[in-house]
Each structure stands twice: as C-alpha cells, then as structure tokens.
Design a protein around this ligand. Structure first.
Ligand SMILES: Cc1ncc(COP(=O)(O)O)c(C=O)c1O
Ligand SMILES: [Zn+2]
Length: 395
C-alpha cells in the first residue's frame, strides 16, 4: 500500500497534508483528491500481481497497491459481479447490490471509516439519501465508532431499519438530503462530530474509485465505450474518472479513448441534466425534488463542477427519464433478465434504451450499466410505485 503523498484540491490544486484529518480545500472549499507516489505500482508485472494477491486482499482491497496504507475495516465490499445481459450482447450490469449493506456506498464508507479509525476519530456524522446511512452505520459498528445519521423521513424502510439495527443514532428529517446536510453542519462543531458528507472528506471518492479499477479489470483491462452512472452526489462518477487517470499513469490500461460517462437522473430531480444542457459550470438547486429513486434525490450536488468537467472531457451526456419509464425498465429487467434492479439501477437501464433509440450509442458499443443497489432494499418503495398492495392477513 502506498503512503499518501498529499491531498489535492479538485478546483484550485492547492495541496494539504494527510497526516491529520482533512475535510475540504482550506482555500476554496473544493473537494480533495488523494495523491500518491505511484512509482512502485507501475507496469504490467504489478498489474498481474493483483489477481495473485486476491486471496489475502478480499474484495476492493485487491487494489491495495493504489489505496492508502491503512488497516482495512472491511465487511467484504467490492469485486462485485459483472452480469451479461441476455438480450443485449454488449451490455454488462455491474451488480453493486452484492455489496455489504446492499449498495455501492459500502466501498466509500469502508475506506472513510478505515481512515477515521486510523486518525483516532470517534464520532462520525453523515447526511444521507439512505444507503450511505446504512453503510456508515455498518462500518462504524464494525470499527467500534459512533455514527450519527440524518436522513429524510421517507427513505426506503430498509435504510431506517438497518441503521437502527447497527446501533446508529438516527435522525429522521422532514426534508431532503440538503436539509440533512445543513443540520450536520450546524451541529458538528458543538457535538464533536467528524462530517463524512459526500465530497466533504477525501476518502469516499477514494473507496469508490475501485469501481473504475474493477470494471476495467473485469473487461480484460480494457475500457468500455460508455459507463452509465445513476447520479446523486456523483462520488462514484468522480471516483471512476480518477481511477482511469491513475490506470493510465500506472500503465495498467492502454491510454486512449476513455469511456463516455453517462450521468443518469430522474426527471423529478435532474440538476445535472439541466446544468449540462445549459452548458453551465455548476448546477442550480432543483426545487421540489421528488423521485422513487431515493439515491438520485440530491437537489444540488456539491461536486457538480467536477461532474460537468468529466462529462465534457469524456464526450458523455446526461439523461433524465420520468419515474414511470424507470419503473417500466425495472419490471422489464426483472421479468426478462431475472435481475431485480434498484430504482437507481433501473434509471441506468432506461437511459441505455433511450440513448440507443436516440442514436447516441449503437448496439455494438460495449457498455457498463451500474446497478448501484439491490432491488430488495426497496420493496416498500417499488411496491408502491408498481401498485402492489400488501396482502391482508385473511388472504
Ligand atoms: C442506490 C444508489 N444509487 C445512486 C446513488 C447516487 O450516488 P452518488 O452520490 O455517488 O451519485 C445513491 C446515493 O444515495 C444510491 O443510494
Ligand atoms: Zn481549492
């Protein structure tokens, strides 16, 4: 595992030391990237070592040579299956529902909690659309740390139950993740909490970058043509793009055409789609955000400027579809592929159909669609959207 060289601001490039816990850039409040000296990990021999090491380094920790030198707090996150579609020859689904706590949030929180433990932090706090709360609660429990969670009161029930069962302090908020974020910000100093908010500490990006390493390795160390990412705060998108830059620096992938990054949202909350269409440098707050894809209900992502740069640089695009179209895709994939997607994952499958029909992509393009969470975490939300009533006891 490499030592961290420094943390570098994504906006003004200022650097700060990782010797003590950091939040955002002290100069401009931009999100911080972890930078290493990757010299020792470069080249094909080091790349081949990954598979040989995997017995001792399970899940995403197979990439320990490009992750911080820290003792992992792990529950088995990462190295999730790539499922081939039965109907679309060039489509694979990255099944992130196979992670502990049933979502890709496990990756970022595993690393953030490992680092928190390393720094000796005791009391952590997070605003969450739901899955990050469950993941923080689980990893905090595994590490023996305190988790303080703020999430909307109408989160999928599973997120509430899991957080309670892991022993977190759960605060249900009459509002959105943005309101939850404000509450954490107001109280953290007085309470002595360390804020693990999306993109306000450097290690959630760093954990989620492993999705980029994995999809490239699982495709035989080659890039696909496009990656569909259900986007709320955008941590995974930002993390994967960082991974691609590192993979090229390491010589683990042939530098060339990186995948088109596709930001997927719901028409009920699509600040990134609007900002991209308007060629803006940042997003504007989406009023009255509402969608059954709870993880996409982020009205003003903190890292909007980074995502817009990535969309531009990758030749990608941003797509929003109505919840009815997302639900129809969810049903389609369940019935015809045997895959029970989360609503967020179904936004990606729906967006794939959309971009195929619009001609943005062709059927011969190899694409990766992210199912960011397990469909089973959303039985209440999906049943309601699909009009499946709970049978009464007499039935
Ligand atoms: C299942 C699921 N998909 C996608 C997202 C959006 O993730 P990000 O914040 O990395 O854009 C979330 C966030 O809560 C989520 O829970
Ligand atoms: Zn800065």
């Amino acid at each position: 595992m490499p030592r961290i060289k420094e943390l570098q601001c994504s906006r003004c490039k200022e650097t700060v030391s990782a010797e003590t816990p950091q939040t955002v850039c002290p100069k401009c409040a931009g999100s911080l990237y972890v930078r290493y000296d990757l010299e020792a990990a470069k080249g094909p021999a080091k790349r081949e070592q990954i598979a040989r090491d995997a017995a001792g380094w399970a899940g995403m920790w197979r990439y320990h040579s490009v992750l911080p030198a820290v003792k992992p707090v792990t529950l088995g996150e990462g190295w999730t299956p790539m499922l081939r579609s039965k109907r679309y020859g060039n489509v694979v689904v990255k099944e992130e529902g196979a992670n502990p706590t049933g979502s890709f949030k496990a990756r970022g929180l595993a690393l953030a909690v490992s680092m928190a433990k390393h720094y000796g932090l005791q009391r952590l706090a997070v605003p969450s659309a739901g899955n990050a709360a469950g993941a923080l609660a689980a990893y905090a429990a595994a590490a023996g740390l305190e988790a303080n969670i703020f999430m909307p009161k109408d989160v999928p029930f599973a997120n509430y139950v899991e957080a309670k069962m892991y022993g977190a302090n759960v605060n249900l908020v009459d509002g959105l993740i943005s309101d939850c974020g404000r509450m954490v910000a107001e109280r953290k100093e007085k309470e002595g909490w360390f804020d693990i908010s999306t993109l306000k500490e450097p290690f959630r990006i760093e954990g989620k970058k492993t999705m980029g390493y994995e999809l490239v390795e699982q495709l035989g160390w080659e890039y696909p043509e496009a990656v569909f990412y259900p986007t709320g705060g955008g941590v995974g998108l930002i993390g994967m793009w960082k991974a691609f830059a590192e993979l090229e620096e390491l010589g683990w992938v042939t530098a060339g055409k990186r995948p088109k990054m596709i930001v997927v949202q719901s028409s009920g909350c699509a600040p990134m789609v609007r900002a991209f269409a308007e060629h803006a440098g940042a997003s504007k707050m989406w009023e009255n955000a509402a969608t059954f894809a709870a993880g996409l209900r982020v009205p003003k992502p903190y890292g909007d400027y980074i995502m817009l740069e990535i969309l531009q640089a990758s030749g990608g695009t941003a797509v929003a579809l109505p919840d009815e179209t997302i639900l129809a895709s969810l049903q389609d994939w369940a019935r015809n592929e045997g895959i029970f997607l989360s609503p967020e994952g179904a936004a990606a499958t729906a967006a794939y159909d959309h971009l195929l029909h619009s001609g943005f992509l062709s059927p011969s393009d190899r694409v990766v669609l992210f199912n960011t969470g397990a469909g089973l975490k959303y039985t209440d939300v999906t049943a309601e959207a699909a009009g499946i009533p709970r049978p009464s006891p007499e039935n």
